[in-house]
Design a protein around this ligand. Structure first.
Ligand SMILES: *Cc1c(COP(=O)(O)O)cnc(C)c1O
Length: 428
C-alpha cells in the first residue's frame, strides 16, 4: 500500500508498484491484451463492474495501472488515467463532463495543440469555448461564464509563454460557478507544483515532457483530486450523477464516490475512444518518473543560471523566465512553485528574426528540435519553424515575437551549456 506520509522524491522511486514475496523487483511489462478466467460467469461480473480485475488492456493493464497509481500519488489525487498522448488527456478531461451544446472557459495562453483542439475540433463537436487571459481580473473571468459552462481550463505554467497561473483565483471563480478547474501541469510537474493543494480539481499532463524526460515516449495523464462535489451540481453533470445506460445503469457518483470522474473516463471514454498507451511506453515512463525529482531540480538550476547570464548580456533584447526576480510572474511563481519553475526560457536577441536564426544555427551542444523538456538542451525558433508561414505583423498578433527563441535547458554540465550559448552569441 502507498504511504501518504512519504516525501514526493520517495514516491517517484517507489509508489505504484509493491512486489509481493518472490515477485520481480522491477515493474514488469505486461505485454498482453487479454487475461484468462476459469468461468464466463466471473468474467461477466467484471464486465458489470461488480468485481475488479483485468479483462482487456484497453480498460486496464497491470503495467499501465501501476504507473497511473504513481502519478496519482505524486499529484496527491485519488486515481489517474494514462492516455496515449497529452492531446488525448486534454480531450478526455473536457469531454468526460462536456458534450454538444455545452461551453467551457479556457485560458488563452495554452499549448498550441490544445488551442487547436478547443477552438477547432471541439467546436465542430458542438462544445463552445471562451478564451480569457490568464491575467484576467475576477470581473473579466466572471463575465466569461454561461449557464451551460461545464469547466474552466488553464495551464499552471504556460507553454511557451511561461505565464504562472493564479490557481487559487481561477479555482474559487470556477467553484463559485459550480464547475471544476482543470489544469495542465506539464511544465512544473508535481515536483514543483501540486495544483490540488490550491483548489484545482483535475490535473492533466503531457507525460511526453519532463515526466518521460528522455524524449522516448509520447503519453498523457489525467489525475482526479476526488474533491469536486458533482452531486452538489447534479443538473450540470448528468453523465456522472444519472444512470449510464451503456454500463447497465451504473451511476458513477453513487457507485464510485470520489473516483466517479476518473472511473467514468476509464470505463466509458477509454472503452469507446481507445486512446491507451502501450505497456512498453508506460514502462519507459516509469523509468523517467523514478528520477523526475533529480532531473527537474537540475533543469531549473541550469535554466536559472542561463537566464541570469542572458539577462545581463548586451545582445539580448528581452527575456522571460519566471524564476528571475525581474519577471512579472516572479511573485506568483514564489507562491505556487517556490522550489523552481521549469527548464524552459523564452528570449529575444537584438536584430530580430535574422539574428535569432544566426544564433541558433551557431549552437553546437543545443540541438534544433520540435520538442521541449527532455534531458538534452534544445532550442526552437517558432518564427522560422512552427509559425513560419506568418508575417512579422501576423506573428505579433499571435503573441509570438519574430525574434522569440524557446530554449529548453537540459541537465548537461552548466559550464558547457553556457559556453555553447556564449560562442553562438559571438557570431551574431
Ligand atoms: C506537449 C504539450 C501538450 C500535448 O502533449 P502531447 O504529448 O504532445 O500530445 C499539452 N500540454 C502542454 C503544456 C504541452 O507542452
Amino acid at each position: 500500500m502507498e504511504n501518504k506520509q512519504q516525501h514526493i522524491n520517495t514516491k517517484c522511486v517507489q509508489a505504484g508498484y509493491t512486489p509481493k514475496n518472490g515477485e520481480p523487483r522491477i515493474l514488469p511489462i505486461y505485454q498482453s491484451t487479454t487475461y484468462k478466467y476459469e468461468s464466463s460467469e466471473q468474467m461477466g461480473r467484471l464486465f458489470d463492474l461488480e468485481e475488479s480485475g483485468y479483462f482487456y488492456t484497453r480498460l486496464q493493464n497491470p503495467t499501465n495501472d501501476a504507473v497511473a497509481a504513481k502519478i496519482a500519488a505524486l499529484e496527491g489525487g485519488v486515481a489517474a488515467l494514462l492516455t496515449s498522448s497529452g492531446q488525448a488527456a486534454s480531450f478526455f478531461a473536457i469531454f468526460n463532463i462536456a458534450g454538444a451544446g455545452d461551453h467551457i472557459v479556457s485560458a488563452s495562453a495554452i499549448y498550441g495543440g490544445t488551442l487547436n483542439l478547443f477552438a477547432v475540433t471541439m467546436k465542430k463537436m458542438g462544445i463552445d469555448v471562451t478564451f480569457v487571459s490568464p491575467d484576467a481580473s475576477l470581473e473579466e473571468l466572471n463575465a466569461a461564464f454561461r449557464p451551460n459552462t461545464k469547466a474552466v481550463f488553464a495551464e499552471t505554467l504556460s507553454n511557451p509563454s511561461l505565464i504562472v497561473l493564479d490557481i487559487e483565483k481561477f479555482a474559487s471563480c470556477a467553484h463559485a460557478h459550480g464547475v471544476p478547474l482543470i489544469v495542465d501541469n506539464t511544465f512544473p510537474t508535481p515536483i514543483h507544483c501540486r495544483p490540488f493543494e490550491f483548489g484545482a480539481d483535475i490535473v492533466t499532463h503531457s507525460t511526453t515532457k519532463y515526466m518521460d524526460g528522455h524524449a522516448t515516449s509520447v503519453g498523457g495523464a489525467i489525475v482526479d483530486s476526488g474533491n469536486f462535489d458533482w452531486t452538489a451540481h447534479a443538473d450540470k453533470f448528468p453523465g456522472l450523477t444519472q444512470p449510464d445506460e451503456s454500463y447497465h445503469g451504473v451511476t458513477y457518483t453513487e457507485t464510485f464516490g470520489k473516483a466517479a470522474y476518473i472511473t467514468k473516463a476509464t470505463v466509458q471514454l477509454m472503452r469507446d475512444l481507445g486512446s491507451i498507451p502501450s505497456p512498453q511506453n508506460c514502462f519507459l515512463l516509469n523509468l523517467g518518473l523514478e528520477t523526475l525529482f533529480l532531473r527537474v531540480e537540475r533543469h531549473c538550476e541550469n535554466a536559472l543560471a542561463v537566464a541570469k547570464y542572458l539577462e545581463k548580456h548586451d545582445k539580448i533584447e528581452w527575456i522571460n523566465y519566471p524564476g528571475l526576480e525581474s519577471s512579472p510572474y516572479h511573485a506568483l511563481a514564489q507562491k505556487y512553485m517556490p522550489d523552481g519553475t521549469c527548464g524552459v526560457i523564452a528570449f529575444g536577441i537584438k536584430g530580430g528574426r535574422e539574428a535569432a536564426t544566426k544564433f541558433m544555427d551557431s549552437l553546437n551542444l543545443a540541438a534544433i528540435v520540435t520538442h521541449v523538456a527532455d534531458a538534452r538542451t534544445c532550442v526552437l525558433h517558432p518564427a522560422s519553424t512552427t509559425h513560419r508561414q506568418l508575417t512579422d505583423a501576423q506573428l505579433k498578433d499571435a503573441g509570438v515575437d519574430p525574434g522569440l527563441i524557446r530554449l529548453s535547458v537540459g541537465i548537461e554540465y552548466i559550464g558547457d551549456i553556457l559556453a555553447d550559448i556564449e560562442q553562438a552569441l559571438e557570431t551574431v
